[in-house]
Design a binder for this molecule. Structure first.
Ligand code: KIV
Ligand code: ZN
Length: 517
């Protein structure tokens, strides 16, 4: 049995199925590049048949990523497999991941298919996928509730048809660690080294990571996971937790290891949080805000004497440098700035550093002390900046005390034409967003609005995330705005969402029922 566990990241596919986590193509490309830097073996870049947007993102990622394998999901349907094959075609290393449900409840009520029809369909799917690439993964959806004898039958048939990885998902997150252990052990004895066994655990009972580790101990050599544990419903197994458990508990896992560069874990987690606007819970293992915070006096005393009293690994192992307390300000030079970015885990080109430095100087003119979180926010917002159709030129607000809240907004379009208008609303934010709608001839429906201060101090940067539906037939889009002024950050966030929506125009397709898995 090999000592290497393949890390299959599905943040861009199952992770994107988290409510409110939809991303535009540019954001997905940035995430894929970061996943490659993290050392992920396989990037599931999307589900090509789901929409033109998914297809386009996979196609672009396939052209960008060279070290990791790029994978697309496909139902066991010829048209899905063809789309997946086309989308990954330009990747140096490519995989098609096809699946069909194998549990009695899914076969009867979802597929309306008999077990032998399901096997036939799975064989045809794998054989067809094999005509495009050798690297084929077959998933038995809802394997956690499937009959073991039936699983063995379909696994045997799909391996014979050409599957190289067999994935055993606990789609509904119902299994206990010892059940996973006995099922994977039995399947490992059955499959031997004819294919790699993979697991894909959902977190409905909070056991996704425990179940993944249990599967590894029983012979699984691929785990499917997401950054920050994003994913459908309660999410998927968190990549960072699996990887750090293997690293910290070498005594249990022997020499079983991954190719992950753990110092990229924290930068990757921050990138995903800032793009999706979904912050990990503060007490989330490994990457939560409090993961290394020692509150009680006894703990603080212990940590001051020796960190090992209460820390089982160092923050620097995940790329979080708590020793570098250098705070930048307006007199800081380019060298200190660039050095700090490197320490924060960003590896930027010279042009990107130049651009970030200009933004840093603009901020330093308004804000005395620039903290690490400010820098992270500046750089990630720059990294995910899409070619914008509209840019905010100015915003003027009328005093709303006792009067009617109103906003005058000036924007510039991509041809350099400036347009201005003023409008009223039920509140200041409403007035700003309605005026932008009028200027751009759109009608956005605000689904969510979040504001948080990026760092400390009264002059802290405000980070605003909005979720807006511009068309009822298409998924809502996310926009981010960053400014010392919360209203300005709100206007930028709303325009950001609109720009994201326009950049994807025509790429969303009302997902057919059943396409979203
Ligand atoms: O949860 C699941 O079963 C899936 C499959 C498509 C692998 O996401
Ligand atoms: Zn899943």
């Amino acid at each position: 049995m090999s000592d290497r566990v393949i890390i299959f990241d599905t943040t861009l596919r199952d992770g994107e199925q988290s409510p409110g986590a939809s991303m535009n193509t540019e954001e997905k490309i940035q995430i894929a590049s970061q996943l490659e830097k993290l050392g992920v073996d396989v990037i599931e870049a999307g589900f090509a048949a789901a929409s033109r947007g998914d297809f386009d993102a996979i196609d672009k990622i396939a052209q960008r990523v060279t070290k990791s394998t790029v994978c697309s999901l496909a139902r066991a349907i010829e048209s899905d497999i063809k789309k997946a094959a086309d989308a990954i075609s330009k990747a140096p290393k490519k995989r098609i991941h096809t699946f069909i449900a194998t549990s009695p409840i899914h076969m009867e009520y979802k597929l309306h298919m008999k077990p032998d029809e399901v096997i036939k369909r799975a064989i045809e799917a794998v054989e067809y996928a094999k005509t495009f690439t050798d690297d084929i993964e077959f998933s038995c959806e809802d394997a956690g509730r499937s009959d073991m004898a039936f699983l063995k039958e379909i696994i045997d048939a799909t391996i014979t048809a050409g599957a190289t990885t067999i994935n055993i998902p606990d789609t509904v997150g119902i299994l206990m660690p010892q059940e996973v252990a006995s099922r994977i052990k039995e399947l490992y004895e059955f499959i031997g080294n004819r294919a790699i066994i993979s697991v894909h655990n959902h977190n409905d009972l909070g056991l996704a990571v425990a179940n993944s580790l249990s599967a590894i101990l029983s012979g699984a050599r691929q785990v499917e996971c997401t950054i920050n544990g994003l994913g459908e419903r309660a999410g998927n197994a968190a990549l960072e937790e699996i990887v750090m458990a293997l690293k910290v508990r070498k005594d249990i896992f022997d020499s079983i290891d991954t190719a992950i560069n753990t110092t990229e874990i924290y930068p990757t987690s921050r990138l995903i949080a800032s793009i999706t606007g979904i912050e990990p819970q503060p007490n989330k293992a490994i990457v939560g805000k409090n993961a290394f915070a020692h509150e009680s006096g006894i703990h603080q005393d212990g940590v001051l004497k020796n960190k090992l009293t209460y820390e089982i690994f160092s923050p620097s192992d995940i790329g979080l440098d708590t020793t570098d307390t250098l705070i930048l300000g307006k007199h800081s030079g380019r060298a200190a700035f660039s050095n700090k970015l490197k320490k924060l885990g960003f590896s930027l080109t010279k042009d990107e550093i130049d651009e970030a430095f200009v933004r840093f100087k603009e901020l330093a003119d308004k804000k005395k002390e620039i903290y690490d979180d400010d820098l992270r926010a500046i750089v990630t917002s720059q990294m995910t900046n899409i070619k914008a159709k509209y840019e905010l030129v100015s915003l003027q607000l009328m005093d709303s005390t006792g009067g009617v809240p109103s906003a005058a907004v000036k924007i510039r379009d991509d041809k350099g034409v400036e347009i201005i208008d003023a409008g009223i609303g039920d509140g200041t934010i409403d007035a700003i967003f309605k005026t932008i709608d009028r200027l751009t001839n759109q009608h956005g429906r605000l689904m969510d609005y979040k504001v948080k201060s990026v760092s400390q101090g009264k002059d802290a940067l405000a980070s605003v995330t909005v979720q807006v539906a511009f068309n009822d037939d298409e998924p809502p889009v996310i926009g981010h705005g960053l400014s010392i002024d919360t209203m300005l950050a709100s206007a930028k966030a709303y325009l950001g969402a609109l720009n994201s929506y326009l950049s994807m125009a025509g790429m969303f397709k009302k997902r057919e029922s059943g396409v979203k898995v």
